[in-house]
Design a protein around this ligand. Structure first.
Ligand code: UTP
Length: 289
């Protein structure tokens, strides 16, 4: 019997340098895909996976995220007064119960591992999820829900994984699996951004995780790695051999919205899914799409 995954961490403390100048004053996680900020997609996905406690690890210049998820009394009253029901409904997924959402400050962007570690006192000793909002996933079943399902069946630690073209391994954490059962791969080692000639596979880590709280003591022992940052991958690597760690090849398509091309592609894919934007196909066809 596994312990329910109730808490999720949303690390939003990064600098988003790949998206400058847009991210000079605005957090990358607030970039909209069609009409919704990336972070709101991640929050919706977490809710659909049964998450009850939402923990944001923020940094300088990220307060707009707190405002976005706050109750906006004046706006709501104005929309009600003007009978704008559709617009009012569009605000529902950014609504939280009092106490459901917490913010922790990462004073310096010292890496994803460090960002996760900043939330250790709020997670305490429960298993928890991590969602990276810039990894946007279009799927029939929300990606984190697929991970929770695999966790409920197998326990252990579960990381979302996908096959990438072999020449792109240097952009990802890459998994070496010792055995596979269906879409679950038992992880033997993890290599951060290997050159294609040294990559153990083309199975890459995607930004959705379910981890045990033992990861915090592992992060404590991680030395700064690539780019001087405390890498989450290094801490997970230290857990290998002591706990079961699986990669789950999920159903769905992932877009790297921290990258300009990935972000543009996500906008096209998500717009094409929207019934209220039926004319978008006509617009696209003007550009040869
Ligand atoms: P990225 O590797 O995309 O880094 O972080 P970044 O700084 O946001 O963006 P680039 O590479 O400079 O363009 C992956 C996730 O980890 C968070 C980011 O906010 C993003 O959600 N992160 C990263 C932190 O919260 N803190 C950090 O110190 C680093």
């Amino acid at each position: 019997m596994t312990v329910k995954v109730r808490k999720a961490i949303f690390p939003v403390g990064g600098l988003g340098t790949r998206f400058l100048p847009a991210t000079k004053a605005m957090p990358k996680e607030m970039l909209p895909v069609v009409d919704k900020p990336l972070i709101e997609y991640a929050v919706e996905e977490a809710r659909q996976a049964g998450i009850e406690q939402f923990i944001f690890v923020t940094g300088r210049g990220k307060v707009i995220i707190e405002d976005h998820f706050d109750h906006s009394f004046e706006l709501i009253e104005a929309l009600k007064g003007r009978d704008k029901k559709v617009q009012l409904d569009s605000l529902s997924s950014s609504k939280f119960e009092p106490g459901q959402i917490s913010y922790v400050r990462q004073q310096q962007p010292l890496g994803l591992g460090h960002a996760v570690w900043c939330a250790r006192h709020l997670i305490k000793d429960e298993p928890f999820a991590i969602l990276l909002a810039d990894d946007l996933i279009l799927s029939k079943v929300p990606c984190l829900k697929q991970l929770v399902h695999a966790y409920d069946e197998n326990g252990g630690n579960i990381i979302a994984a996908m096959n990438v073209p072999p020449d792109q391994t240097s952009r990802y954490g890459i998994i070496e699996a010792s055995k596979s059962k269906g879409n679950l791969h038992y992880i033997k080692s993890l290599v951060e951004k290997p050159d294609p000639s040294h990559a153990p596979s083309n199975l890459a880590v995607v930004g959705r995780y379910i981890l045990s709280s033992d990861i915090f003591s592992e992060i404590n022992n991680v030395k700064p790695g690539m780019g001087g940052e405390i890498q989450l991958t290094d801490a997970i690597s230290q857990l290998i051999g002591r706990q079961d760690i699986y990669g789950l090849t999920f159903e769905g398509k992932r877009f790297d919205c921290g990258d300009k091309l990935g972000f543009l592609e996500a906008n096209i894919a998500f717009a094409l899914e929207r019934s209220d934007l039926g004319d978008f196909r006509t617009v696209l066809s003007k550009y040869g799409g």
